[in-house]
Design a binder for this molecule. Structure first.
Ligand SMILES: NC(=O)C1=CN([C@@H]2O[C@H](COP(=O)(O)OP(=O)(O)OC[C@H]3O[C@@H](n4cnc5c(N)ncnc54)[C@H](O)[C@@H]3O)[C@@H](O)[C@H]2O)C=CC1
Ligand SMILES: O=C(O)C(=O)COP(=O)(O)O
Length: 467
């Protein structure tokens, strides 16, 4: 793949023409036509982001995204606003209105209600693995590509889980707290080695499978349950049901995404299926475990301990957490229980993971903004073309996001037929399709017309022209 084409270079050609609009403008031009009958429900017609220069591009970074990403954006000359925390919805709506890209982690909820105010937004970077916090479908239907970092923090989560397995087995959290509070309590009753015990992994993806290898190195037996058939690593064994896993594991650890299927997948009936004296670890999402049910299972001694890193609702910022909206549900009950280790969503929080994520997501966002390459997008067709040759005069790259309906290519290629199409690629995903084309023989007046003509097509969701 060719190297990213700096937008500053693209805009140089642009500035020469005097066409560069001082502000990015997004125009929506709803029209109705014969083609409207094909428009999938929820797909809006059309915004056209006028060409921009790097200095015009605004990026909002929330939740203390790593410095590595800031460095990448600074090198591009983008305008960056950086905040350490996430924002309450009203402030988020205000700030998202005129940005072209936003970088978030797991806290910021980009719902339809927030995204509908984001008139200039073309890309969202989730500087984490999970993308459940973003309305992916609404984003796609409005021409907003969403990127994440699929595995840069998986090792960190797997290592934390190993630490937790041993900590639960040895009641490390309680011994530590007792000594901090002035009590010497040397004991061995109900403290165990992990060697020879069985670890049950729910979700054998990037994290679960890596954890399996580490656990076997400690002499553990590993079972896993996943909705997909996945090749086992080492001597681990896939089981055919969650119940089989729960019945046969001394430790159960959850590594599934937040989906409608995983919501409260561990509740009273599942806890009842676990072995007496077993342990539960949740480093996935807070919605996966029914906390009141877990609290009850711990209170009656069914389980011998638990680690919870993720909560159904988490504070926006570091500091005292009992402040109204940021209340952590059930924390008061959890705090009173023995051998319960509570951590503030730190599974992926290591220097290594954060720095790698900053580079990974910073790079894909830049490639998308500068070149239109959407490889790695989680909600969007993945399309890329080799870099535009700007030494060539009168070339232009067209990024045309459109409804996935019959007749588009005919119409678009009719518009482009006056020029030489150097290269073209198009792909679709669900209701949305994305066409990239490099055309030559375009003079600068043509570019204005080209942009207007594409914008006027009834399928247009979002159009950008780079030149
Ligand atoms: N605590 C933390 O800081 C972190 C938490 N996470 C969470 O961990 C989750 C898992 O991460 P990865 O392993 O990277 O994801 P992944 O996508 O590589 O693996 C998830 C696995 O779960 C399986 N799965 C999905 N639904 C299932 C169901 N209903 N029952 C059984 N299996 C199911 C999938 O088939 C897949 O194999 C993320 O989605 C994220 O929510 C990720 C990173 C850090
Ligand atoms: O990567 C994920 O999905 C995580 O849960 C980590 O989230 P964070 O970046 O710590 O907000």
């Amino acid at each position: 793949m060719s190297s990213p084409q700096p937008i500053s270079q693209l805009s140089k050609a642009f500035e020469k023409t005097g066409l560069n609009s001082p502000k990015n403008t997004v125009s929506t031009s709803p029209t109705t036509s014969y083609f409207d009958q094909y428009r999938p429900s929820g797909v809006k017609q059309g915004k056209t982001l006028k060409p921009f220069s790097a200095g015009d591009l605004k990026i909002l970074l929330l939740e203390n995204v790593n410095q590595t990403a800031l460095d990448i954006f600074a090198q591009q000359g983008y305008q960056v606003e950086f905040l350490k925390t996430s924002l309450p919805e009203d402030e988020l709506i205000e700030k998202i209105k005129d940005v072209h890209a936003i970088g978030i982690r797991s806290k910021t909820r980009l719902t339809e209600n927030v995204l509908k105010h984001a008139k200039n937004l073309v890309a969202i970077g989730c500087f984490c693995i999970g993308t459940n916090q973003v309305d992916l479908e609404y984003a796609a239907k409005n021409g907003i590509a969403v990127f994440n970092s699929p595995f840069s923090n998986s090792r960190s989560v797997a290592e934390l889980t190993i630490a937790e397995i041993i900590s639960l087995s040895r009641e490390l959290g309680d011994r530590n707290m007792e000594l901090h509070n002035g009590t010497w309590n040397k004991k061995s009753a109900r403290c165990w080695e992990v060697r020879g015990k069985t670890l049950g992994i729910v979700g054998y993806g990037h994290i679960g499978s890596q954890l399996s290898v580490l656990a076997e190195a400690l002499g553990m037996n590993v079972l896993y349950y996943d909705v997909l058939m996945i090749m086992s690593l080492g001597n681990s064994k896939q089981v055919s049901s969650l119940q089989e896993l729960l019945n046969n594991s001394d430790f159960v650890t959850l590594h599934v995404p937040e989906t409608s299927d995983t919501k409260q997948m561990i509740s009273t009936p599942q806890l009842a299926e676990m072995r007496d004296g077993a342990y539960l670890i949740n480093n996935s999402r807070g919605t996966v475990v029914d906390l009141p049910a877990l609290i009850e299972a711990l209170k009656i001694g069914k389980l011998a301990g638990a680690c919870i890193d993720v909560f159904p609702k988490e504070p926006r910022a570091n500091g005292p957490y009992f402040n109204g909206d940021d209340l952590l549900p059930f924390i008061d009950d959890l705090k009173t229980l023995k051998n319960v280790i509570l951590t503030p969503h730190i599974g992926g929080s290591t220097e290594e993971a954060q720095s790698a994520i900053g580079i990974e997501v910073g790079t894909v966002l830049t490639k998308y903004l500068n070149e239109g390459a959407s490889i790695g997008a989680v909600n969007f067709p993945e399309v890329a073309l080799r870099a535009l040759d700007l030494d060539q005069e009168n070339v232009c790259r067209i990024l045309y996001i459109h409804q996935n309906v019959p007749g588009v290519l005919k119409t678009v290629n009719q518009i482009l037929s006056e020029y030489n199409i150097e290269k073209q690629f198009s792909d679709s995903r669900g209701d949305i399709a994305y066409l990239m084309a490099d055309v030559s023989g375009v003079n600068h007046d043509d570019i204005k017309n080209l942009s207007a003509e594409l914008e006027a097509t009834p399928f247009n969701v979002s159009t950008r022209l780079l030149y």
